[in-house]
Ligand binder design. Structure first.
Ligand code: ADP
Ligand code: MG
Length: 627
């Protein structure tokens, strides 16, 4: 037996480890299983090149809990270590790694979240154990070694009896860390971090039901047998070639990733690059809702099949964090802060590669089966629109598949829309006016009015649409968007107006005075228009610009000054309508006022603007009128 002192400059490394990694104690298991996996894969490699002349077999990694003796065992059948190698790799290498880590991070404890991503390696076991043993037998023809360390720089190293190849790590769990002796806790950790690791991981046994023998009687119980309980799927779908996978395989992998998710994904994107960086993965488009926040943090980041985090912010472009799935890359630096990550060249390349792949996939889905793409549009538009707003490259590519649905369920690309309306929907300055509604019910009467004129009305109802049309207007020449109840629509009305006014200019001036005496000027700006006599007498529109700025404010962005502006509306008065003629000609002042108020209230009502006291007054007045 030999004794020694580990050569570290940090006097007592263990209390430090415990302190710094307080919140991330659980990662020790991930680290030890990673080491066991590495050791097994190294042996696989050595046997495959003939370097190790042993049978590789079907190695597995076993986790055993001994609650009584407060011990946790991690056992592998990998290449093992000789006594010399323990000296070298455990006493020297592992410690220097731990020291370097602490050196780097001891001042940055508050930068939470980064430490857990970065393994302290073997020494993280001292976060939960006050004594650690390694019993290891190398594949080489040398005796097994037994290393023991109680958390001080002193260790012992002696020969051991172990004859089968591989390494057993024994953790003597410290007081206060007994949670790691609970089966349920270990199960939870294995499922979280090791679900897709490449070597089978055994934890306990489970009962498997076998098929009944042919001659079994009706109520004979089915036979059972005890089998190893394997926690992981060593060959997850993302590690395979797309050509070897069917649609059903992708769906079942989705269910494996999200067992609580009952809805199938809409489609998937298989990522696979090895130059200039290494990245594999599968992204899924789930059905989206209009709520942007609840669906984040669903993409899982792996490094060589080891789970790292489900916060992929900075690695995946923001708009794609709404997707689900996995990304696996050894090239993503995990031991750095998020802000550094965003500036990192490799990470930037990864992010733009993912964006491009997603755009390409959307384009091919659109080209290959437009009908299906249209059917899915409502569920995916939020991602596409968000992407167009936030990533210039994606904006350019999305031109090919971004759709503009109409209120009647037709879908246009931008070019198609342009061609469809360019003959009709230009205003007096020859600017193309694209009409849209954001709510079919609330804007029903406006939609009908616009359609009656032969205009195409889009249905753009996602929460960020005001931002998007602002961007489209800026990037295209000579177009403007106007909601059906917006003031721009007046320009269209004016342009095609060939109506002859029933009122003389003098009468119009008189009408204007009468209206303004009753209608509150701070809220409504009265505009007299010559329209069809059958069109509504009063109609309320809202300045497009003002409304859009207010909406943009609510969803982030826009110019803040508009958020606080009072709501103002245009009141369009149809001078050709009979009712407006009556208002003008009534001698009875009371009746005149009543007609104006009633008409104004009706116009407000159709915009959903009549509330509170105004609504109460309206109802009372209406009853009075029908009495
Ligand atoms: P890293 O895994 O990053 O090299 P660790 O501190 O986790 O750092 O491990 C240090 C070294 O100890 C490993 O590189 C390996 O050589 C050796 N080692 C650790 N665990 C095992 C094991 N289960 N089997 C064989 N060697 C191991
Ligand atoms: Mg390691």
């Amino acid at each position: 037996m030999s004794k020694g002192s580990i050569n570290v400059s940090v006097e007592n490394i263990f209390p430090l480890i415990k302190k710094f990694l307080y919140s991330d104690h659980e990662i020790f298991l991930r680290e030890l299983i990673s080491n066991a996996t590495d050791a097994t894969l190294k042996l696989k490699h050595l046997t495959s090149i003939g370097e190790a002349k042993v049978e590789y077999g079907n190695p597995q990694i076993e986790i055993k809990v001994n609650k009584e003796d407060k011990k946790l065992h991690i056992i592998d059948q990998g290449l093992g270590m000789t006594a010399d190698e323990v000296q070298k790799y455990i006493n020297a290498v592992a410690f220097s790694g731990a020291e370097e880590f602490l050196d780097k991070y001891k001042d940055k404890v508050e930068d939470a979240g980064i430490i857990g991503h970065f393994g302290l390696g073997f020494y993280s076991s001292f976060m939960v154990a006050d004594k650690v043993e390694i019993i290891t037998k190398s594949y080489k023809d040398e005796p097994a070694a037994h290393w023991t360390c109680d958390g001080s720089p002193e260790y012992t190293l002696e020969t051991a009896e172990k004859t089968d190849r591989g390494t057993e790590i024994i953790l003597h769990i410290s007081e206060g860390e007994e949670a790691f002796l609970e089966d349920a806790k270990i199960n939870e950790l294995l499922t979280k971090y090791n679900k897709f690791m490449p070597i089978p991981i055994k934890f306990g046994m489970r009962t498997e039901t076998l098929p009944k023998p042919e001659d079994a009687k009706e109520d004979d119980p089915a036979p059972t047998q005890e089998v190893d309980n394997i926690i992981n799927n060593p060959n997850p779908a993302w590690t395979k070639q797309p050509a070897d996978l069917k649609d059903e395989d992708y769906k079942s992998f989705y269910r494996e990733l999200y067992p609580m998710q009952f809805e199938d994904p809409l489609f998937h994107i298989h990522l696979n690059v090895d130059y200039p960086f290494n990245l594999t993965g599968i992204l899924y488009f789930p059905k989206m809702t209009n709520d942007l926040n609840i669906q984040k943090d669903k993409i899982q980041l792996y490094q060589n099949q080891v789970f790292v985090t489900d916060n992929v912010e900075g690695i995946v472009p923001e708009f794609l964090t709404m997707l689900k799935g996995v990304i696996d890359s050894p090239d993503i630096p995990l031991n750095v802060s998020r802000s550094y990550l965003q500036a990192d060249g490799a990470v930037k390349k990864i992010s733009s590669y993912i964006t491009r792949k997603v755009a390409d996939k959307l384009k091919s889905l659109f080209n290959n089966n437009r009908e299906d793409f249209e059917a899915k549009w409502d569920d995916i538009k939020i991602v596409i629109e968000y992407g167009m707003l936030s990533e210039e490259k994606f904006f350019e590519k999305a031109e090919a598949f971004n759709l503009f649905p109409t209120v009647d369920g037709k879908y246009y690309t931008y070019d198609e829309l342009y061609n469809a309306i360019k003959a009709k929907q230009t205003d007096k300055d020859d600017k193309l006016v694209i009409l849209y509604a954001s709510n079919k019910d609330a804007q029903h009467s406006y939609i009908e009015t616009a359609k009656a004129k032969g205009y195409e009305v889009l249905l753009l109802d996602s929460p960020i649409v005001s931002h998007l049309i602002q961007k489209l207007e800026a990037s295209k020449e000579n177009i403007s968007f106007a909601r059906v109840d917006a003031d721009h629509i007046d320009n269209l009305i004016k342009k095609d107006d060939t109506k002859i006014s029933k009122l003389s200019e003098d009468e119009k001036t008189k009408l204007d005075d009468i209206l303004k005496a009753v209608i509150p000027g701070e809220k409504f700006s009265v505009q007299l228009e010559t329209m069809d006599s059958t069109a509504a007498p009063f109609m309320i529109t809202q300045p497009e610009f003002m409304r859009r700025m207010k909406e943009m404010q609510q969803t982030g962005g826009g110019m803040s000054m508009f958020g606080n502006m009072p709501e103002t509306y245009n009141l369009i008065v149809n001078t050709n309508s009979t009712l407006v003629g009556d208002i003008l000609n009534t001698e009875d002042k009371d009746n005149q006022e009543r007609l104006i108020n009633q008409s104004l209230d009706l116009a407000c009502l159709s915009q959903g603007l009549l509330k509170g006291e105004a609504l109460t007054n309206f109802i009372k007045r209406s009853y009075d009128m029908i009495k």
